[in-house]
Design a protein. Sequence first.
Length: 562
Amino acid sequence: MNAHRGTLGITMTTESTAAERFSVGRFGPARETLALLFAPALAFLSSLVSFARFHGWPLLAPEFLYTAAGVVLAGLLLGGLLAACRIRLVRVFGLAFVAFLFLDMQFGYAYLLLVFTAQLMSLGIKSEILLFAALAVICWSAIMAMNALQENLGTIFATVFATILVSTALLPSKAKSFGPLPTAAMDRPASDLPPVVHLILDGHIGVEGVPENVDGGAETKQALKQFYQKWGFRLSGRAYSPYFLTYDSLGNLLNGDASNIRARHVNMSRTGGSTLLRNRYFRKYAALGYRIRVYQSEHISFCEQPRDAIEHCFSYPVSSPQVVNYLDATTAERTFLFAIRFVIQSNLYQAVQGYLPNPEAANEDVFSLPVPAIAEMIAEDIRAFPRGRLFFAHLLIPHAPYAWNAGCERYRKAGEWLSSRPYRSNRLLRSSPDYRGRAYRDYLQQVRCSLSLLERLFTALDDKGVLKDATIIVHGDHGSRITLSSPTPELIDLVSPEDYIASYSTLFAMRAPGLAPGYDPRMGALHNLFAQQVLDAPPPVDEPTVYLVGGHVLKPSSMPAF
């Protein structure tokens, strides 16, 4: 039999046919057949175990066991097809796909791919194309390996995945930590200073930004005015944030800045979280003798500076499946949320989700779910420590998902909660008027829920007799972001005034001794209001400037009057 090497490096024989080269001709040995059957299930299960251990989830919990059963079943179905298939090339592509999913779920390969995606998108190449190109490269590499390994590839895959599964399940691993985090030892006595309560309501649109042409719009606008008037606040009805993203908005706000450099004051991590590197605001109140109590989400940490003034740092989950521990949820709801948080790790899933017939029905956001429980915790702490503290809380409400009604009761089924737009990984998605109306209806319910939570907090201050002297600051970080077109340089010609208002209009209300209560209808930048009224600093931004999202240097634009 004569042999020669093709141009792609695959050894072929002159006497063999194409069918013989790419077909096993018969079922392989029993060992190889079993390996092909179980390899996908072992790969998927090892990823699930890794996910569970990373999030501190017990492997015997019902949520894990039910999800594991589904993962193993899916793996066995795929493995059965591979084991039964007589065509070697199909087996190769099947195992290559398993390897791709494993890398996608287990090792976060997508972080590196997205770096290239960001560059390619500037050339008009979508991220989905890059993902499928990567899949093609992996598949072809597997074909080359299959030619060398012959009939043993399934056995090798199964052995590798079984080893990973056992080691992941048994070896020690570091899980994500939530709840009270370690803080430096306090070297200052507690003072008798009046309390300062600073509440950031993530994604809260401003009063005059609330659209009156949607269900509940006019009623919500009136409710906001009445609520803050009742509690003696000065309410800025036309406040707006210069920034579309939280880390830009809050990083600059707390430092009296309004930089056009993305993430100017924060350190971004690979996992999507960020840490505030400096905090002029905290330093001011620490110098006055305040102990600081922080209630933060996992996405941005405020507890690094100044560490010697932070008495308490509580971190709560907003993307981890551990959010269910803050809910009174059924096993079915807990299992769904656990499973969807696992699946959403896959960038392949994110790439195709937007093309589903009803993509919002698969909305995986869980950001707002823990907030009512966290607000109740803050109220209890206010009662326990009524003086000498700055209570600083970043509460992801009325941020998506829109799962709470006006009375802060969860409604509809998990997985049917709406977000600011039909879900797509591509940030350039344009929404529709119909979806905008439905999303605003549910969003405004969550705005009303936030008023219920604030009522409990302010009542706690009143119960302890410190409301009169307290300084209370309540504001958003950006708007609802329920837009038809995002305010990006790429879509600037499509962005309407309503899109600007939804993106940047935000809440600002303050109550303090000596500050006259009332309603201020003037238009003003959140960062200027905060700098002047809280930091006693000059306004950092030229009004009416806002910054479009995208790029390292943020492009300025003009905020329309509203």
